[in-house]
Design a protein around this ligand. Structure first.
Ligand SMILES: Cc1cc2nc3c(=O)[nH]c(=O)nc-3n(C[C@H](O)[C@H](O)[C@H](O)COP(=O)(O)OP(=O)(O)OC[C@H]3O[C@@H](n4cnc5c(N)ncnc54)[C@H](O)[C@@H]3O)c2cc1C
Length: 392
């Protein structure tokens, strides 16, 4: 690889890096994608598989989420490799009247912003999902939400442009970034050699702080772990992605309501999604426990207990495996999609926490527009490195 030169070097081949690389090649840039392991081997293969609107906060979060869903629908036709996109919608179920009250207010504020979200009474909830517990208080539903295969999405982005403007360097570890005397990017040092470039995009997910340190940029991303259980195959008893409204409580500090003690202890909230192979993925937890991806028996137990509460039929089913991933968390709950004034040529696309798959299409598009010097599709101020450092 030594002494090759690229318009842009993208670091990290998860969903962010592959989307950025794809969108940059589409703009005509010659791009290198560098990955220390292989495509989709970080958080983008240790996650669920949905692009939702019902888990976004009203405002810029929802705007980015909605624009990404629209972009997914375009990508379904644009990318040759099938990444199994489907639009079956998604639902939140409420266990208590207090949750139903908060969920209804949330749905109304999203409706006021023009999003298609229905408020469901208990009967309507069971019409959507007949196998759910009969004592739930109702829920909210949006038919705009999508599901997809996140591994295949990463491969689809790469497959479309590899060899046609994109070179992929797998098993290549970035060791440093060379700056010139004006503090601008000059190239990337790896364990396999040096690549010359004036532009670098840091898409290293939970490892992005390390790539930040290489140019003296502080990126306050923290790994926030989540555990998922996989059921044995069964008849299709669950029609769509379903979550308990407590998921919003576990994700955002803004939502406060009384929760089950196990839920509180491990910050667990029930989620379920059917896979194409008729397994269900059951989640999930949210805790700060370093970079490790082991799955603790107490958390598995708490997730299973919550799952049976919402789908009693799960008591009859076996769990065939569990896995965990680490979400790239930022206090601001909004990703960084940004350049950095003090290091010309250095860009960051990270901090998407539990929404990286969902937000990847627009993140890639916005980074490509920023690098091309075009007016971005959305205002980038809320995603800028210069936003209040306290909230980063
Ligand atoms: C349990 C769980 C469930 C989730 N469910 C969903 C969901 O349903 N929908 C959704 O939208 N999001 C979901 N997420 C979040 C989503 O998975 C992440 O936001 C997303 O995968 C982050 O992608 P990324 O490309 O930023 O990071 P990654 O996929 O981790 O990619 C970063 C890459 O950088 C590489 N790298 C690091 N350091 C270097 C280096 N020095 N040199 C070269 N390469 C390097 C790594 O090897 C890695 O491959 C979930 C996450 C978890 C944990």
């Amino acid at each position: 690889m030594t002494n090759k030169s690229y318009d842009v070097v993208v670091i990290g081949a998860g969903v962010m890096g592959t989307s950025c690389a794809y969108h940059l090649v589409k703009k005509g840039f010659k791009v290198a994608l560098i990955e220390k392991i292989d495509i989709a081997r970080g958080t983008s293969s240790h996650c669920d598989a949905v692009a939702l609107i019902v888990d976004k906060m009203p405002g810029v979060d929802a705007a980015l989420g909605y624009a990404s869903i629209q972009r997914f629908l375009e990508l379904k036709n644009e990318l040759s490799y099938d990444f199994e996109l489907h639009q079956k919608g998604s639902m939140y179920a409420c266990e208590t009247d207090q949750e139903m009250d908060i969920a209804s207010k949330y749905a109304k504020s999203m409706q006021d912003d023009g999003y298609d979200i229905d408020i469901l009474n208990p009967k309507e909830l069971l019409e959507h999902e007949p196998f759910m517990a009969k004592d739930l208080k109702g829920g909210i539903f949006s038919k705009a939400c999508c599901g997809l295969n996140p591994f295949k999405l990463c491969f689809a982005f790469v497959d479309q442009v590899k060899g046609k403007g994109l070179d992929v360097y797998s098993y290549t570890d970035v060791k440093g970034i060379k700056l010139n005397d004006k503090n601008a990017v000059e190239g990337v040092e790896t364990d396999k050699g040096f690549l010359s470039t004036k532009k670098v995009v840091n898409c290293a997910g939970v490892w992005s702080p390390e790539i930040g340190k290489m140019v003296g940029v502080d990126i306050p991303v923290k790994p926030r772990k989540g555990v998922i259980l996989v059921s044995a195959t069964s008849f299709p008893f669950c029609n769509q992605k379903v979550q308990e409204f407590g998921y919003m409580v576990s994700k955002f500090a803004e939502f406060k309501c009384k929760r089950d003690p196990d839920v509180e202890k491990y910050n667990v909230a029930f989620t379920i999604e059917p896979s194409k192979a008729n397994n269900v993925l059951i989640g999930s937890s949210r805790n700060f426990a370093g970079y490790g991806v082991n799955t603790e028996i107490e958390i598995i137990h708490a997730i299973a207990k919550r799952a049976i509460r919402f789908y009693p039929i799960l008591k009859e089913m076996n769990c065939i495996r569990s896995y965990a991933g680490v979400r790239p968390f930022l206090d601001a709950h909004l990703p960084l999609i940004t350049d950095v004034d003090k290091v010309p040529g250095y860009y960051i696309a990270t901090g998407h926490e539990g929404d990286g798959i969902s937000l990847s299409p627009m993140t890639g598009r916005l980074i490509s527009e920023l690098i091309a010097g075009e007016k971005p599709y959305l205002d980038l101020a809320p995603f800028s490195y210069n936003r209040s450092k306290k909230n980063n």
